[in-house]
Design a protein around this ligand. Structure first.
Ligand SMILES: Nc1ncnc2c1ncn2[C@@H]1O[C@H](COP(=O)(O)OP(=O)(O)OP(=O)(O)O)[C@@H](O)[C@H]1O
Ligand SMILES: [Mg+2]
Length: 280
């Protein structure tokens, strides 16, 4: 399904007919991961990719981030082709595992990211501390990553993704390793940041509640090969408060996502099982 906005200036990311096959077609190890995905994402929009394990969410995010070229199709960011090359001036990544360098302190890790982006040294501390404050981690600036809990490391990781100047943030299950309460609080922080910074965010999650709470639109992806099954509009402005979760519409949207995913999850489980013996 293609959502095309008439005004191209408004589009941050344009994914056109992206297909990804790993391995040579016909070979036993060949996998068709993505099948003809098209999606336009507007500037300042929060889009969630929701789908069963192995449906190609990370693959799509990595292609958008320029980590590699798709087998066919194209991605443009601000009208420029992403040609299998990262664009650190435009796109920042936050992964599931913290990617902090363990031999540098928290603030030094921020400095490296900001230096890499070409931001003047005079701005480093201000930017880093503002982002750390936003996730309640300012007093840990001089700690080393292994002096922090998994949850704290991931909050720092998220803050580092925010402190750089990129208009686009790609987040691959950033809260997956965290407990439910911490996830909810970070979700609120992220909604607040979205309202303040106007960043465009593409976010991968397995949590239905997280997807509904955070997204402007949810792209529900089918079992492998990943295709966009449907797009759900959430239509509630950011920042969102936890009260949103008490609205009947929240449960309706969550149930709608689950109904769409249930069959896809069963299809995935069938793919991941050993073949059943015949004639038994
Ligand atoms: N580099 C690779 N080489 C070969 N196959 C790959 C490669 N990367 C991903 N795949 C395959 O492509 C499919 C999609 O993988 P991907 O990691 O994108 O799924 P996902 O939706 O992110 O799954 P999860 O929810 O478990 O993270 C899977 O079948 C995976 O095994
Ligand atoms: Mg993944």
């Amino acid at each position: 399904m293609t959502q095309v906005d008439k005004n191209n200036d408004d589009i941050a990311i344009s994914i056109k007919n992206v297909t990804q096959r790993f391995g040579d077609e016909g070979s036993p190890e060949s996998v068709l991961a993505l099948d003809n995905i098209s999606l336009d994402i507007r500037k300042g929009e929060f889009v969630c990719l929701l789908g069963p394990s192995g449906c190609g969410k990370s693959t799509l995010l990595n292609i958008v981030g320029g980590l590699f070229r798709p087998s066919s199709g194209s991605v443009t960011v601000d009208g420029r082709l992403v040609d299998g090359k990262p664009h650190p001036d435009k796109i920042a990544f936050v992964f599931q595992e913290s990617t902090l360098f363990p031999w540098y302190t928290v603030i030094e890790n921020f400095h490296i990211a900001l230096k890499f982006q070409g931001i003047p040294k005079s701005e480093w501390d201000d930017r880093a501390m503002t982002a750390l404050k936003a996730v309640g981690m300012a007093s840990f600036a001089k700690h080393y990553p292994d002096q922090l809990s998994v949850g704290m490391r991931q909050r720092v990781n998220m803050a580092r993704g925010i402190c750089v100047k990129t208009g686009i943030l790609l987040m691959d299950e950033p809260f997956a390793a965290l407990d439910e309460q911490t996830r909810m609080v970070l979700g609120e922080d992220l909604s607040q940041l979205l309202a303040e910074t106007g960043k465009t965010i593409v976010f991968v999650t397995h949590s239905l509640a997280e997807a509904v709470f955070l997204s402007d639109r949810i792209a529900v992806i089918s079992a492998r090969p990943g295709k966009i099954k449907t797009i759900i509009d959430v239509k509630t402005p950011h920042p969102r408060s936890p009260d949103f979760m008490l609205e009947p519409r929240f449960s309706e949207l969550r149930n709608e996502c689950y109904a769409l995913l249930r069959d896809e999850i069963r299809a995935t489980m069938a793919l991941q099982r050993d073949p059943q013996p015949t004639g038994a």
